[in-house]
Design a protein around this ligand. Structure first.
Ligand SMILES: [Zn+2]
Length: 300
């Protein structure tokens, strides 16, 4: 992937050296307004929705009884947001990909007569406070609609490469583009509709909706790649394969298989490997968000 020298975003917050979030991966207690969630719940939530989720706390919340997270989180005092150091190669990569998504979506929204509001991206280590509750690195990267921020612990890229078998810069870019896809859904009002459904439908039905939401974010990631490549020729040989491989490795069926469990389609929240590949590819081939209507699609 060709990205070095391209514009970097101003919207990256570096919290990696903050004390505030705490370093514990599985500390468990104190989540969701005092409701204690033990390791069991987290393990189940991880199976169901850990990779590239939209607000995985929603899933945790469902599992812990479905009470809304209306309670305002006690914000820990944090230093003012600051940018990552200029010599940090990985942070530079993330900032450049984020800037590229800004350029693409600004253009797409403008052409449709709208205005794109740029999301922030937070780099953290271990755990951090979000408007959706405490975010944990173990949940994988996620987007919080309430503060319009993408959260990522860059250690996830090691997991993606070494544990999930999905190396490559373009695979890493796809991860960010997928989360930004959730931001686009938020701006389009799709996330709010999903929220309305929560509590009104059964868990199995909600999971099925979640799959459509996630596949649409994959499709939006493809729309980004199409437009970015048109404008800036970012793609190199092997890039598409690397993203398609990542999409396959984080399919629900693949994750359930690799965690040694049975494959349970009713518990899917992100879609199968084949579905994730298909929708990413749909965005990539068409470059059009109209092609990403996963909610109306008969066959995913
Ligand atoms: Zn997602």
């Amino acid at each position: 992937m060709k990205w070095e020298g391209n514009r970097e975003s101003d919207n990256v917050e570096d919290r990696r050296d903050d004390e505030g979030g705490g370093g514990g991966g599985f500390s468990g207690g104190g989540l969701l307004g005092g409701r204690s969630i033990g390791i069991g719940t987290i393990v189940v939530a991880l199976l169901g929705g850990w990779v590239l989720g939209i607000n995985p706390l929603t899933i945790l919340n469902l599992l812990s009884g479905g009470a809304p997270t209306a309670q305002v989180q006690q914000q820990q005092p944090q230093r003012p947001a600051h940018r990552p150091p200029a010599d940090d190669h990985m942070a530079k990569f993330v900032s450049t990909v984020l800037a590229d998504t800004e350029d693409v979506w600004k253009d797409v929204f403008a052409k449709a007569g709208g205005t794109y509001k740029e999301p922030h991206l937070v780099l953290f280590r271990g755990a951090t406070q979000t408007a959706c509750g405490q975010g944990q690195a173990a949940m994988g990267p996620f987007y919080c609609p309430a503060d319009q921020k993408v959260y990522i612990d860059l250690g996830f890229y090691e997991t993606l490469k070494n544990r999930l078998g999905a190396p490559g810069e373009f695979a890493q870019a796809y991860v960010i583009a997928h989360e930004v896809g959730h931001h686009v859904q938020n701006l389009l009002g799709i996330s709010a509709k999903m929220d309305q459904m929560r509590g009104r439908v059964s868990k199995v039905e909600y999971n099925a909706l979640s799959v459509r939401l996630e596949l649409q974010a994959d499709c939006f990631a493809g729309v980004w790649a199409y437009n970015a490549n048109n404008s800036r020729q970012i793609l190199e040989g092997g890039d598409i394969e690397s993203a398609m491989n990542a999409a396959a490795k984080i399919g629900d069926d693949a994750l359930q298989r690799s965690s040694g469990g049975a494959v349970v389609p009713e518990s899917f929240t992100h879609g199968t490997s084949a579905q994730r590949q298909r929708w990413f590819n749909t965005g990539l081939k068409t470059g059009s968000i109209k092609a990403c209507d996963t909610f109306s699609a008969r066959n995913l």
